[in-house]
Ligand binder design. Structure first.
Ligand code: PEP
Ligand code: MG
Length: 556
C-alpha cells in the first residue's frame, strides 16, 4: 500500500519518478599535521566553494536569471565572511580544536544568532549559513557538488539541498526533489519555484528511510509525497498532469487580455516585484502594471545603501520593461524587523511597532532624499507612481510631501531632468490609516492596501507565526471591513484603490476584493493567470454577494 509524507512547502508541479538519494557528506575527521596545515585546508575549501558558487551564478546570469544568481552570490560572500574565517582560525590556532569540529561549531554559532531573530526573512537566512557550512565541509573532503549520475525521471531525495545543488540539478532536468528539512521561504524552495522544478521541503526524517529506486509521486501543489503509489494513484496523477497542461495553455491564451469580470467590469491585474528583472516575468504573465516594487531588496545583501544613480538605473529599467504601463514604486520599507547591516539602529522590544518604513526614513532623510531624487528623475521615462509604506497619520503623509517638494526644487535648480507631478499614494496597512481613510484620501493620489501588515496589526497577530496566521487569517471579516472602509473613502474622493498584499493573489479572495470595489489587484506575477481566469468566470453581482457574505461571516 502506498504511504504519504506531508511537507511544509516547496514549488508547484507534479513529478512521477524514481528516488535518487544524494550521498551524505562523509562524517570522518581528517587529522592535520598542525594548525597551519588545517587552516590551509580550510582556505582551500573556502576557495573551492566560492569558485563553484561564482561559476553557477555566472551560468544563471547568462540565462538572464539575475535573481537566482544573486542568491548564489550572497552565499559566496558568506563563504568568505570575515567573521567565519576569524572564528575558525581562533578555534584552530588558539583553542587547538581540530578543523572539522571548529567549522561545525562556528557555523552553528552563526546560524543560531540569525535563527533567534524576530524577522522570518532573516530567520530563513540561517539556512543559508547552514548551506555554506555544508558546502565547506563537503569541500574539506573533496566531495563538493553532485556526486553521482542523475537519470532524467529522478526524484531527488536528500536531507537538505543547497541552492547551488538545486541550480546544478536543474541542468540535468530532474523530475523533482524532496528534502527532509527546509521552509517554504528558504532560498532552496525559492530557487526551485523560479526554475520551475516541482519540489517539497520539510518532509521530516521519515523521508530519509526511503531507499534508492523507490517509485514516488511528488505533488508540489499540496506538498505531498506519495511513496510506492498504486497503479490507480499513478493514473489519477497522470490525468492531473494532463489537465494542468491544458489549463496552462488556456490561461496562456488570456495573457494579453486585461483583467475583468464576466460582465466586462475592469479589475486591473498588476504584479509585485522585488528586483528590476522581475518585471520581465511580470510581462510574461500578462501583468498590466507593477503595483508594488519592494525597493528594500535593492538595499539588502550589500555593505552600503545603493547610490542615487544605481537606484535611478534600477527604476528606469523597470519602466522600460513595462513600456508605458504604470509602475508603483514603494519607498524604502525597512527597519525594526528588517535591519540593514550598515544602518545603526537601536534594538526595539516590538520591532513591528517600531521605527520601520516611512518612520525610518524620517530618521534618515538622507536615504529618503536620495531615493526621491532617483524616482523623480526616472519618472521622465514612464508612468511612475510613488507609494509610502507604514503611514498612520496625515502628518506622516505631509512630511513626505514636503520632502518631495524640496527634492523637486533642488533638481529644478540643478537643472536635472525630472518630473515633479508624480502621483504620490500611500499603503493602507495600519488600522489607523484604514479608519481615517476618508481624511487621508483628500490629499493622496491613490491607496494600495497592504493586507499582510493590515492583518497583523488588526488581529494583533505576528504575520511570521504560522499558527497565528491560520487562526487570524487575512480574509477575516475584521480585515475585510477595514478594506471596505478604505475602498469607500477612495471612491468618495475619486482616487484608485488597489490591494498589493498576499490576499490579492488568492483567487477566492480576489473575487471578494473585486466585489468590495477594489480597482486593481497586485500580486506575485505567476498568480496572475489563475486570478484572471477566476475573475472572468464571475459577474459583478456575484462578486458583490461573495463580498457581503465574507464581510458578514461568523466563523465557527
Ligand atoms: C503588506 O503589508 O501587505 C505589503 C504588501 O507589504 P510587505 O508585505 O512588503 O510588508
Ligand atoms: Mg507591509
Amino acid at each position: 500500500m502506498s504511504k504519504r509524507l506531508q511537507g511544509v512547502g516547496g514549488a508547484p508541479g507534479i513529478a512521477i519518478g524514481q528516488v535518487v538519494r544524494l550521498l551524505d557528506i562523509p562524517n570522518q575527521q581528517i587529522i592535520d599535521a598542525n594548525p597551519e596545515a588545517a587552516l590551509t585546508r580550510f582556505q582551500h575549501a573556502q576557495e573551492l566553494v566560492v569558485t563553484r558558487l561564482q561559476r553557477l551564478a555566472e551560468q544563471l546570469r547568462t540565462e538572464g536569471r539575475d535573481d537566482e544568481a544573486g542568491i548564489l552570490d550572497a552565499q559566496s560572500l558568506l563563504a568568505e565572511d570575515i567573521s567565519l574565517t576569524d572564528e575558525v582560525q581562533r578555534r584552530v590556532r588558539d583553542e587547538q580544536e581540530a578543523l572539522e569540529p571548529a567549522v561545525s561549531a562556528t557555523i552553528t554559532q552563526m546560524r543560531d544568532i540569525l535563527a533567534g531573530l524576530d524577522d522570518p526573512y532573516l530567520r530563513e537566512r540561517a539556512a543559508d549559513i547552514d548551506h555554506v557550512g555544508q558546502m565547506i565541509k563537503a569541500a574539506l573532503h573533496g566531495t563538493l557538488g553532485i556526486q553521482r549520475e542523475i537519470p532524467s525521471d529522478a526524484v531527488i531525495v536528500a536531507a537538505d539541498l543547497t541552492p547551488a545543488e538545486t541550480a546544478e540539478l536543474r541542468g540535468g532536468s530532474v523530475a523533482g526533489f524532496a528534502t527532509a528539512v527546509g521552509g517554504a521561504t528558504g532560498h532552496t524552495a525559492i530557487l526551485a519555484r523560479s526554475l520551475g522544478i516541482p519540489a517539497i521541503v520539510g518532509l521530516g526524517d521519515a523521508l530519509l528511510d526511503i531507499s534508492d529506486a523507490t517509485d514516488v509521486i511528488l505533488d508540489g501543489d499540496t506538498s505531498t509525497l506519495v511513496v510506492e503509489p498504486a497503479q490507480h494513484e499513478i493514473r489519477i496523477y497522470e490525468q492531473r498532469i494532463a489537465d494542468q497542461n491544458v489549463r496552462k495553455q488556456q490561461r496562456q491564451s488570456l495573457r494579453d487580455q486585461p483583467g475583468q469580470l464576466a460582465d466586462g467590469h475592469a479589475v486591473a491585474l498588476w504584479a509585485n516585484i522585488g528586483h528590476p528583472d522581475d518585471a520581465l516575468v511580470a510581462r510574461e504573465q500578462g501583468a498590466e502594471g507593477v503595483g508594488l516594487f519592494r525597493t528594500e531588496f535593492l538595499f539588502l545583501h550589500r555593505n552600503e545603501a545603493p547610490t542615487e544613480e544605481e537606484q535611478y538605473i534600477a527604476y528606469c529599467s523597470v519602466l522600460e520593461t513595462m513600456e508605458g504601463r504604470p509602475v508603483v514604486v514603494r519607498t524604502l520599507d525597512i527597519g525594526g524587523d528588517k535591519p540593514l547591516p550598515y544602518l545603526a539602529m537601536p534594538t526595539e522590544p516590538n520591532p513591528f511597532l517600531g521605527v520601520r518604513g516611512l518612520r525610518l526614513c524620517m530618521n534618515r532623510p538622507d536615504l529618503f532624499t536620495a531615493q526621491l531624487r532617483a524616482l523623480l528623475r526616472a519618472a521622465t521615462h514612464g508612468d511612475l507612481w510613488i507609494m509610502l509604506p507604514m503611514v498612520a497619520t496625515p502628518q506622516d503623509f505631509s512630511w513626505a510631501t514636503q520632502q518631495l517638494t524640496v527634492v523637486a526644487e533642488a533638481l529644478q535648480s540643478e537643472k536635472i531632468a525630472h518630473r515633479a507631478d508624480v502621483p504620490l499614494g500611500i499603503m493602507i496597512e495600519t488600522p489607523a490609516a484604514a479608519i481615517t481613510a476618508d481624511i487621508l484620501a483628500k490629499d493622496v493620489s491613490f491607496f494600495s492596501i497592504g493586507s499582510n501588515d493590515l492583518t497583523q496589526y488588526t488581529m494583533a497577530a505576528d504575520r511570521g507565526l504560522a499558527e497565528l496566521v491560520q487562526q487570524y487569517p487575512h480574509d477575516a471579516p475584521a480585515v475585510l471591513r477595514l478594506i471596505a472602509c478604505a475602498v469607500e473613502a477612495g471612491k468618495q474622493a475619486g482616487i484608485p484603490v488597489g490591494v498589493c498584499g498576499e490576499l490579492a493573489s488568492e483567487p477566492e479572495a480576489a473575487i471578494i476584493l473585486a466585489g468590495l470595489g477594489v480597482d486593481e489587484l497586485s500580486m506575485t506575477a505567476v498568480a496572475i493567470p489563475e486570478v484572471k481566469e477566476r475573475l472572468l468566470a464571475i459577474t459583478r453581482d456575484e462578486a458583490c454577494r461573495a463580498a457581503q457574505r465574507a464581510v458578514d461571516r461568523v466563523d465557527d
